[in-house]
Write a protein that binds this ligand. Structure first.
Ligand SMILES: *Cc1c(COP(=O)(O)O)cnc(C)c1O
Length: 372
């Protein structure tokens, strides 16, 4: 059995240090918004290359509070992609705004900037590009469109911590960047967690208030907020792990290139493309194959932990029925939904395991072709 992700292997390398830090927090009596939150905010701001970060309870909250901090709500429209995890669009819905889905680029799986301008209306307030699978979106074009139309840019960098676009880290381009520390992400907590990045003092102060019941001063509440604090145990764990993220991302890339070589002899397997001048961090290693659903079943039977991210595009989810975007409205998104499959990918994955995954997938592709 080769899992898509094995968190235990990573824990084996850092567990001792994590346990020491966690124990210290437990004994300190300081569990909320303490010294580890402060330190993580400083260290992650330095790492990502932004003025401020704010620790939050999840990536979903980062997206939600980003929209709140920019006063986006009922009557507004926000442009994003339907080829992502539901939380991207959910955040837009939570604040009462309307998601406007634009089709993707078939090579990168990210929002196609050439299709954004057609979707802009007088109600459009922001664009949320997603750096899906750890691959940076085409930020130059997105930022240019946003500037010309006076729109905010919120980067959904939940899958892409440490990824670079033209030498700069994702999450540092837009007005706000959003990160998730969900355990399966490249930088995962041991529970839920999230982070918001910004270069604006005003946005930072607003989010600090919003995450703690809408008030910067205790028991003074200026607006409706939420409870979205990151606990000190998670902040302490994340500080230990942040020191390793570059090395872990580098290993993911090496694994991705090894897969690319292993699949080179099988033209039916389309390996991931990278935009020029980007440093992808391969949150997922996602290929396109024919007869995907059959092959997915075959892989599962053979103990290969392949997954479908994501089996139903967001415009075709029941929750978005009200938008009236049926089948056929985002053809490239829909087509890719039917052919993508993500393979085991994590820093500690061995060469032997990759060889097994590749041999098995190639064998399944050949077999399924013979059946057709
Ligand atoms: C994980 C993820 C989120 C949500 O993050 P949570 O921490 O699980 O709330 C949002 N967007 C994308 C693209 C994600 O992968």
């Amino acid at each position: 059995m080769i899992p898509i992700l094995d968190s235990k292997r990573q824990y084996a390398t850092i567990g001792e240090e994590v346990e020491k830090e966690v124990l210290e927090v437990l004994r300190s009596g300081q569990y909320i918004l303490g010294k580890h939150n402060k330190a993580l905010e400083q260290e992650s701001a330095d790492f990502i290359g932004v003025k401020h970060t704010v620790c939050l309870n999840s990536g979903t909250d980062a997206l939600h509070l980003a929209l709140r901090a920019l006063d986006i709500g009922a009557g507004d429209e926000v442009i994003s992609t339907a080829f992502t995890f539901v939380a991207t669009a959910e955040a837009i819905g939570i604040v009462g705004a309307k998601p406007v889905f634009v089709d993707i680029n078939a090579d990168t799986f990210n929002i196609d900037p050439a299709k954004i301008e057609n979707a802009i209306t007088p109600k459009t307030k922001a664009i949320i590009p997603v750096h899906l699978y750890g691959q940076p979106a085409d930020m130059d074009m997105i930022l240019d469109i946003a500037k010309r139309h006076n729109l905010y840019v919120i980067e959904d960098a939940c899958q892409a911590i440490g990824a670079l676009y033209k030498g700069k880290m994702v999450g540092s381009f837009g007005d706000i960047g959003c990160f998730s520390f969900y355990p399966t992400k490249n930088l995962g907590a041991m529970g839920d967690g999230g982070l918001l990045t910004t270069n604006s003092d005003v946005i930072k102060d607003r989010v600090i208030a919003l995450r703690n019941h809408g008030g910067a001063i205790r028991y003074h509440h200026d607006e409706i907020g939420v409870n979205s604090r990151l606990d000190e145990v998670q902040a302490a764990i994340l500080r230990v792990k942040l020191k390793h993220i570059n090395e872990w991302n580098k290993k993911r890339r090496e694994n991705a290139y090894r897969y690319n070589e292993l699949f080179a002899k099988c033209p039916d397997i389309v390996t991931p493309k990278e935009l020029d001048d980007t440093y992808c961090v391969y949150h997922q290693y996602t290929v396109k194959i024919p007869n995907r659903d059959n092959i997915h079943k075959m892989l599962q039977e053979k103990g290969i932990g392949a997954m479908l991210y994501y089996p139903i595009p967001l415009h075709m989810q029941k929750v978005h029925e009200y938008l009236g975007m049926g089948k056929g409205s985002l053809p490239i998104t829909e087509k890719n939904t039917e052919v993508v499959i993500s393979l085991p990918m994590f820093p500690e994955l061995t060469k032997e395991e990759q060889q097994t995954v590749a041999d098995t997938l190639i064998e399944c592709v050949e077999k399924s072709k013979a059946l057709v």
